[in-house]
Design a protein around this ligand. Structure first.
Ligand code: MOS
Length: 741
């Protein structure tokens, strides 16, 4: 492959490489948390509240305690005193539910843990858990549906949150003066992460050292949180998450099952493994909160946006506050001088919501991009032209230039591949046999972030290269892109790169979240490689060394050799000459002040074709075409997978997903059969194109990261296409068949 600079590389960044961990995963060799077994292992099974609000008065445990194999039952009256986590993102110890397990006897939500049964087998623990009887004082004054609180006009319900995002200009006055205005409300139902692999935690104490095997998107965060809670130094806690069967944000921050499990293991002096059931997943491990939104737009007759108001409201929990900030990205999306945004929270009796893929932005994007489609109808204007008219050539919120922004090219290229010019704007005008066809589009976007990170790179005498970082691969391909990058930097073949991730004892790495792992980790791998190189240089230029008398600074790594001019030595030879097994370097990398000079954001455009068959009430998405500008894709194959997966999740938001609660506050579609998700049969032809404009202002590899942008825009594009097919404007997601009728 030839790069921009014309240099031919064998082991290339930008190459479509299959996942290096693929074989392990397909052959059962990947060690997921729940697969881990230790000698003397015991099994935890949580008992959960069957009321939604009230107080736990007493537990009747005798029958359960006498069941076969039961070792102990942990609950409020016999639980350890723990320290409360300070629960800080900045200190990297955020938890999803800061309330400690069994902290008091208040019940805040259905599914809250009230006891943990530990037994010699999983089946014994589960059987005994079913025999625990709980007596409650039950309150029927609970809330699981925030839509019922909305009056349908004026301000949204809920408590307004402090808001540090910039509102711009004077949106009220500008709205009053606008020739064309719109004021609409939008809702999105609660979505659950519905991960393949259930949350699982195995805790094991050796003296005062705690090791936890967890299905986690953030081993460093969990290590720090456990250390705080148990009041021990972080060095005494190790969290391991080598592989995870998806997380989508639901495994970013520790949940209480891990704390109960660690306490039980300490008390019993034996390892304890707790694997949640599918039902418990839906009760106790977070969700994308239901959101209510109000969008007001003002434009002149040419479609120039004069004013945007975007008000959001989402659910939060008594057991943990979560602000999904659905309107936060709106001031950055279009060139509009007057923008006002708010977000409100309503406390519901559910477990805490948490980030779910493209948190906030995918919800906010749905409302804004649907409102723009409505405005285009009012203006009798092509919705794509309306967006082009309001392209922001710098970040309107900060006034900073974009580091790199090719949204206009995304719009054009995706429109042309889709065939947008064949669209008939009159609803219902496009037909194919029994089916009515609708075209819709939306802009996609996600912030590009970068965090601090450390890594270690070690050259081994056998020719392999060790690359270690305390981040994780959550299925997105991190192992693979780290190997590609290390291969690129050293000329050592990918097959010889030994990537170690998912262990908090490794040099501190970032959460696998926010689509920022790539932009964060790779610069640290590069810095560690340079650090190892400086060790190699010292060795090579020492007296009697292979490159004696060579200027150390002139030495580079090329094809697994140290090279200076026409002199060179194989790195393995150098190690052998010095009787060394390994030379390694550790280094950190963090963002500089570029965030003060540029605004970093990825954009994209998505076009959707829906087909509505009114005779049999069938709505399906036939095609999705997306072009995204994500900087450089380190591995276009895994990057495209990410966008495709995001698009499927967006189809879930638009068409299917909705947690449903009965009158007792119980989420009854709490399994993969009843919680409707897009399956293969629902998944259309998805055509994803990634532009290749490296963003070197964010990092030396030009990668902005990718993943969450794929979720954004989809629900709006589907809803807009449904309008084009039927003339029916559906502002409440998902577009279930009932809403089509
Ligand atoms: Mo993603 S919500 O940052 O795991």
């Amino acid at each position: 492959m030839t790069t921009e600079t014309g240099k031919t590389r064998e082991y290339n960044i930008s190459a479509e490489k299959p996942r290096i961990d693929g074989t392990l995963k397909l052959t059962g060799g990947a060690d997921y948390a729940a697969d881990r077994n230790l000698p003397n292992l015991t099994y935890g099974y949580p008992v959960t509240s069957t009321i939604t609000k009230g107080r736990l008065v007493s537990l009747e445990l005798d029958e359960a305690l006498n069941m076969p194999g039961v070792l102990d039952i942990f609950h409020h009256d016999n639980f350890d005193q723990l320290s409360r986590s300070p629960n800080s993102f900045a200190e990297e110890n955020l938890t999803s539910e800061p309330r400690l397990p069994f902290e008091d006897n208040e019940i805040h939500y259905q599914g809250q843990y009230i006891a943990l049964v530990v037994a010699d087998t999983f089946n014994h623990a589960r059987a005994a858990a079913m025999k625990v009887r709980a007596n409650y004082e039950r309150s029927d004054d609970f809330l699981t549906d925030i839509k019922s609180l909305d009056r349908g006009e004026g301000d949204l319900p809920g408590e307004e949150q402090p808001n540090d995002a910039s509102s711009l200009g004077d949106a009220d006055s500008a709205l009053k003066g606008a020739a064309v205005t719109l004021d609409q409300r939008y809702t999105i139902a609660q979505e659950s992460h519905s991960v393949m692999e259930m949350h699982a935690s195995l805790a094991h104490w050796e003296n005062d050292m705690l090791t936890v095997y967890e299905s986690s998107q953030g081993v460093v965060f969990q290590r720090n949180a456990l250390a705080k809670i148990f009041g021990i130094p972080p060095e005494k806690v190790t969290v391991i998450s080598h592989f995870i069967g998806s997380g989508f944000g639901g495994k970013l921050f520790m949940w209480p099952h891990a704390i109960m499990t660690a306490v039980a293991a300490r008390r019993l002096g034996r390892p304890v493994k707790t694997v949640l059931s599918r039902q418990q997943e839906y009760l106790s491990t977070g969700y994308r909160p239901t959101s209510l939104q109000r969008v007001r737009l003002g434009a002149d007759n040419s479609g120039k946006l004069l004013s945007i108001h975007h008000d959001g409201c989402n659910e939060s929990s008594p057991a943990g506050k979560h602000d999904d900030t659905v309107s936060a990205a709106t001031p950055k999306m279009y060139d509009c001088e007057n923008v006002a945004i708010t977000n409100r929270l309503i406390t519901v009796n559910k477990c805490p919501p948490c980030p779910m893929r493209a948190p906030g932005e995918s919800s906010g994007n749905f409302a804004l991009e649907t409102a723009l489609d409505e405005l285009a109808v009012q203006l009798d204007m092509d919705p794509l032209e309306l967006r082009k008219k309001n392209f922001a050539d710098k970040d309107p919120a900060s006034g900073l230039p974009w580091s790199s922004n090719h949204l206009q090219e995304c719009w054009d290229r995706a429109a042309s591949r889709f065939g947008w010019d064949k669209r008939n704007a009159t609803p219902g005008a496009m037909k194919d046999g029994d089916e009515i066809i609708g075209y819709g589009m939306a802009t996609q976007s996600w912030e590009a972030m970068r965090q601090h990170c450390s890594a270690r790179v070690g050259f081994r005498a056998d020719g392999s290269l060790l690359v270690a970082c305390g981040t994780q691969d959550i299925g997105t391909g991190t192992y693979t892109i780290v190997a590609q990058t290390a291969s690129e930097l050293t000329g050592i073949p990918i097959e010889m790169i030994d990537v170690r991730l998912g262990d908090s004892q490794l040099p501190s790495g970032p959460l696998s979240g926010g689509s920022f792992a790539t932009a964060t980790v790779l610069p640290a791998v590069s810095a560690a490689t340079r650090e190892a190189l400086s060790q190699l240089r010292t060795l090579a230029t020492a007296e009697g060394g292979a490159l004696e008398n060579v200027d150390p600074e002139s030495i580079e790594i090329k094809d697994a050799r140290l090279v200076s001019g026409d002199r060179s030595v194989e790195i393995t030879q150098l190690l052998k000459d010095n009787q060394l097994g390994l030379i390694d370097g550790e280094a950190s990398a963090k963002p500089g002040d570029e965030q003060d000079q540029y605004s970093f954001r990825s954009f994209g455009a998505v076009f959707v074709e829906v087909r509505w068959d009114p005779g049999i009430s069938r709505l399906r998405v036939a095609r999705v075409v997306s072009t995204v500008d994500i900087g450089r894709a380190i591995n276009p194959k895994t990057a495209r997978n990410q966008v495709e997966g995001g698009i499927v999740m967006g189809l879930g938001m638009g068409l299917f997903e909705q947690a449903e609660f009965d009158r007792n506050g119980y989420p009854y579609n709490n399994n993969l059969a009843d919680y409707v998700l897009p399956v293969n049969a629902d998944t259309p032809d998805i055509d994803v194109e990634m532009l290749d404009y490296p963003d070197y202002l964010l990092n030396e590899f030009g990668a902005r990261g990718v993943g969450e942008i794929g979720v954004t825009g989809i629900a709006a594009a589907v809803s807009n296409a449904v309008y084009n097919a039927t003339g029916k404007r559906i502002r409440d997601m998902p577009i279930s068949i009932e809403r089509m009728l």
